[in-house]
Design a protein around this ligand. Sequence first.
Ligand SMILES: Cc1cc2nc3c(=O)[nH]c(=O)nc-3n(C[C@H](O)[C@H](O)[C@H](O)COP(=O)(O)O)c2cc1C
Length: 207
Amino acid sequence: MNSVVREKAITLAWTGASGAPYGLRLLHCLLAADYQVYLLISSAARVVLATEHGLQLSAAPEKAHRTLVEHFQCRDEQLIVCGKEDWFSPVASGSSAPKQMVVCPCSAGSVASIAYGMSDNLIERAADVVIKERGQLLLVVRESPFSTVHLENMLKLSQAGVTIMPAAPGFYHQPQSIEDLIDFMVARILDHLGIEQTVVPRWGYQA
Ligand SMILES: Cc1cc2nc3c(=O)[nH]c(=O)nc-3n(C[C@H](O)[C@H](O)[C@H](O)COP(=O)(O)O)c2cc1C
């Protein structure tokens, strides 16, 4: 693997909250923007992907990589799928991890683990690294209703500089389809990351 950290590199984690289509669409946009994406997929996320999108992903990173490269028609090296305990991955260390990370969708369970710095799997460790390095971490959380425990965990993370971005699309762009609702969230995420997007016009700039 190339030891130089690419400027346009980002870590994306899919966890087991409902909203797999957000994660898929976000990955599509990041690849289209020519980002190199370190993709981390929890076991529960694979169940949700199969349930919500019919996409069966192997637990073996190489096989999941092959499936996704074919699905998105991207270059092999643009997508790096990391294993759950791949502690030698660049995302596991502050010396090499991309400065930006998005967990989308993000389960309440992952919120809790990240809030308490558990670092028990690569998703939790990568998030912990971004927080300690004072990078940009976005959690696209999906649960309803939120319990006091969820809210306290999110407050703790927000106070540590993490952006809590609930998967709660707006309706003021008059969505005509589920894809429009998905794009609303993905556009907001890309805006926060500072990645130019034409998915949904910014408020006030609509023709
Ligand atoms: C189809 C499906 C949908 C789920 N939706 C949610 C959800 O919206 N929010 C949530 O916090 N957990 C949800 N869960 C439960 C989580 O997947 C579960 O708590 C899991 O342990 C989270 O682990 P992870 O964060 O490592 O992916 C869902 C599970 C399944 C199978």
